[in-house]
Design a protein around this ligand. Structure first.
Ligand SMILES: NC(=O)c1ccc[n+]([C@@H]2O[C@H](COP(=O)([O-])OP(=O)(O)OC[C@H]3O[C@@H](n4cnc5c(N)ncnc54)[C@H](O)[C@@H]3O)[C@@H](O)[C@H]2O)c1
Length: 342
């Protein structure tokens, strides 16, 4: 089995909790080294995973022979770190958002092409069990043609880390928006056509947005309605999907999608009324929709193993699980959202 010599850059929340252990678990990857400015984090990685630690990324690139660089540092470092990896002839797996701006994302793609390397962005929502299940339920046509996908994320958070500041590439549009825009475009299997967005900074202690309302219409006619509200005392339903014949709601407690739908051939034969006086002064047509309810437990579906997908792409040359053109589209939508909100 081909083994990819891999280094992880940034041992923070996502680097330490996800990337490092996932790489260590997978036989196709050899965790050669890690980079972080904090010495105690390098010591932890040495003690737990036997990885060599570098406080300087430049020194890592000068001293190690690698196949893959995994970037999990704060967003504003992604482009320069990825570009340096490409210049050394290494592939890059980078955490989202790819970059703080569309211009920087394009700079990263240009460097990837110039040095003929591979680049994939970590978009974990595509791999989640609820997404795998949802794609399958949509494909089975349970609720008919989908016309709207609504994602909601709520909390009340007085954010005080670097993600609260615009100068560091923070803000909830960049942070959670990169997830929900990616996953909703992925589910709609389309590109964005019309985009509008409102941004507010309400509970955050920084200057970056923590309330995001984005409405995106896709080229294939689906409305994507995204609410990220980090200043909300109440929570909202996390995801709802609407189709011509019914809708789906994600029940997080039951860990299931709940569908309510009808079969079009079972609808009563209702005729359009003639004239300009509603018949018998009645509201509605009086018909009863023959609703059916079905529960799809998430236990019946399987989460995607992201590092398996990384291995397929970086080691076996299979198609990328997250094609870079699709991430570029997410970056374009984020850019247009910022323009729309300003
Ligand atoms: N995919 C996801 O679900 C997910 C979740 C969290 C974060 N992220 C993304 O991952 C990135 C890191 O976020 P985080 O929450 O882990 O941040 P964090 O603040 O928890 O960790 C950042 C780490 O990078 C180190 N660091 C700082 N400057 C560095 C540099 N120049 N070079 C190398 N390392 C440096 C810090 O010492 C720290 O250990 C961000 O782009 C964020 O958007 C993605």
């Amino acid at each position: 089995m081909k083994t990819l010599n891999t280094a992880v850059i940034g041992l923070g929340r996502i680097g330490w909790a996800f990337h490092v252990p996932a790489i260590a678990r997978h036989d196709g990857f050899n965790l050669v080294a890690v980079v972080d400015p904090l010495q105690e984090r390098l010591d932890e990685a040495k003690a737990k995973f036997g990885a060599k630690g570098y406080p300087s990324y430049d020194r890592l690139l000068a001293e190690e022979e690698l196949d893959l660089v995994v970037i999990a540092s704060p967003t504003k470092f992604h482009v320069d770190q990825a570009t340096a990896a490409f210049e050394h002839g290494y592939n890059v797996f980078c955490d989202k958002p790819m970059a703080p701006s569309l211009a920087e994302a394009d700079r990263m793609i240009d460097a990837m092409k110039k040095h003929d390397q591979k680049l994939m962005i970590y978009q974990p929502h595509r791999a989640r069990t609820d997404t795998v299940a949802l794609r399958e339920i949509i494909r089975r046509n349970v609720i008919g043609p989908v016309y709207m996908i609504k994602y909601t994320r709520t909390a009340y958070a007085r954010r005080n880390d670097w993600q609260a500041f615009t100068e560091h590439g923070g803000g909830m549009l960049n942070n959670y928006g990169a997830h929900y825009i990616d996953v909703s475009l992925y589910l709609s299997e389309s590109r964005a056509k019309r985009i509008s967005c409102a941004l507010r900074t309400i509970a955050s202690l920084g200057d970056a947005d923590d309330v995001v309302k984005a409405v995106i219409e896709t080229e294939n006619g689906i409305i994507l309605d995204i609410d990220i509200n980090m200043a909300s005392a109440h929570s909202m339903v996390p995801c709802q999907v609407f189709g011509k014949f019914g809708s789906l709601v994600l029940d997080e407690k039951q860990r299931a999608w709940r569908a309510r739908f009808f079969r079009p051939e079972e609808l009563p034969d209702t005729k359009v009324q003639e004239g300009m006086a509603a018949l018998n002064r009645k509201y509605g047509s009086g018909e009863t929709i023959p609703w059916q309810d079905e529960v799809f437990p998430l236990a019946d579906f399987q989460q995607v193993n992201f590092y398996e997908k990384c291995y397929d792409y970086f080691a076996l040359d299979k198609a990328p699980f997250v094609p870079i053109a699709e991430t570029r589209e997410v970056m374009r939508v984020l850019h247009t959202c910022r323009q729309s909100a300003s």
